[in-house]
Design a protein around this ligand. Structure first.
Ligand SMILES: Cc1cc2nc3c(=O)[nH]c(=O)nc-3n(C[C@H](O)[C@H](O)[C@H](O)COP(=O)(O)O)c2cc1C
Length: 208
């Protein structure tokens, strides 16, 4: 699969068939992550693979386990969001926040060295370390899609982020940008429709 095809094939998947992703595939995905550009050239990124179900349960405690599709639909009605595709995405996604992390065939907690204060940046360049790890995460998603492995990034709640730090023994100087759940899609896994766009309409030559 060439790079463009892998990029276009990547779609968020939250319904996994439970199969484990084997170690060789896992290693290629992480190698792709490690090939991303990094602001300071150092790529101080580490990847904690969480296989143990009990450990997974301990780091997702704040995610409610009983949110139904109906409750998600109600939440959307109260949200004020009006775009149908966006609402459908949330209605599908909200009830799956817990199961997608538990059922993932490969659960990765990417960690990156953060010398500053992630949540109180002083200027754009103080976000460079955070920006770089997201380049790495996207590389992993693209490499995964070329291996027929798909998934989703979940931004943990503050409570779960704290739990992850201690459960996974993450050093203080490292931050967690997200949890990356990957795996093989279930036969009828939902792929949310991406918003349609015209490339020509998005390009502004010389001025917007
Ligand atoms: C920074 C970021 C944070 C996201 N956080 C979540 C999340 O917490 N839970 C979730 O289910 N999906 C999350 N997503 C996935 C988006 O919902 C998804 O990428 C979007 O709906 C577009 O769909 P697509 O990836 O299939 O194109 C996140 C994506 C990004 C880039």
């Amino acid at each position: 699969m060439d790079a463009f095809e892998a990029i276009k094939t990547r779609k968020t998947i939250r319904d996994f068939d439970g199969r484990k992703v084997d170690d060789a595939v896992r290693d290629r995905i992480i190698e792709a992550g490690m090939a991303a550009p990094s602001n300071d050239h150092m790529r101080k990124w580490e990847f904690v693979v969480v296989d143990d179900r009990a450990a997974r349960l301990r780091i997702i405690r704040s995610i409610a386990s009983d949110i139904t599709g109906e409750a998600a639909r109600k939440r959307m009605e109260e949200s004020g969001l009006t775009d149908d595709d966006q609402r459908e995405m949330y209605i599908d996604a909200i009830p799956k926040q817990r199961s997608m992390l538990l059922d993932a065939g490969l659960l990765i907690v990417p960690c990156y060295y953060e010398p500053g204060k992630l949540l109180t940046p002083s200027d754009l360049s103080s976000l460079n370390y955070f920006a770089s790890i997201w380049c790495s995460i996207e590389n992993m998603l693209i490499e995964a899609s070329s291996e027929n492995v798909y998934g989703v990034t979940r931004i943990p709640s503050e409570r779960d982020r704290v739990a992850m730090r201690s459960e996974l023994r993450i050093p203080d100087e490292y931050e967690i940008p997200c949890v990356l759940a990957l795996g093989y899609p279930e036969a009828d896994a939902r792929r949310t429709k991406q918003k349609a766009f015209s490339v020509a309409d998005r390009i502004h030559t010389d001025r917007w």
